[in-house]
Unconditional design. Structure first.
Length: 166
């Protein structure tokens, strides 16, 4: 098996052509071998021309025209599309969670105001009930009311002890 390397340099394109020759008792036709080499090298040159016509070699330098025209950002965005999508999702979740927390804080503040109002109302009702249930106030109410025949007791109450059966 024979190997022949042929290098063709065209910017960043390098091809290696390997040719295998079988060593058998049969002799190949000389014209056929030459045609295949010429045919192979013609196809190789055609491929090189096709790739170099449509594809521009990437430039390492950053030009102002590329930045202002948006080519720089588009190239960067194409390479990092999944990272950009992830960042957008995280920022969206962050904003939504912060908004929800602010709404909850507003609700908590309103409920605390309502609770303080309810405590004051309860305290006021409790003090009114205590004031009205004093013995002096009840006595005054009974004296003012003619329909009620209750009066104040002159004797203290009796305590009756009842033995508990076992």
């Amino acid at each position: 098996m024979a190997k022949r390397d042929e290098h063709i340099d065209n910017d960043d394109v390098r091809f290696t052509i390997e040719e295998t020759v079988e060593t058998t008792s049969q002799q190949p036709v000389e014209g056929h071998v030459d045609e295949s080499e010429e045919h192979l090298s013609a196809k190789l040159k055609q491929k090189i021309n096709q790739t170099s016509e449509g594809d521009e070699a990437p430039s390492a330098s950053l030009r102002l025209r590329d930045v202002l025209g948006g080519d720089f950002l588009w190239t960067l965005a194409r390479k990092q599309i999944w990272l950009i999508i992830l960042i957008v999702l995280i920022v969206t979740a962050y904003v939504a969670i912060r908004y929800q927390c602010q709404q909850d804080a507003i609700d908590i503040a309103q409920l605390e105001k309502d609770l303080v109002g309810a405590k004051f109302e309860s305290l006021s009702s409790s003090s009114n009930l205590t004031r009205m249930s004093r013995q002096s106030n009840i006595t005054d109410l009974l004296q003012k009311s003619d329909s009620v025949q209750l009066h104040h007791a002159d004797q203290p109450p009796y305590i009756i002890d009842v033995p508990v059966e076992k």
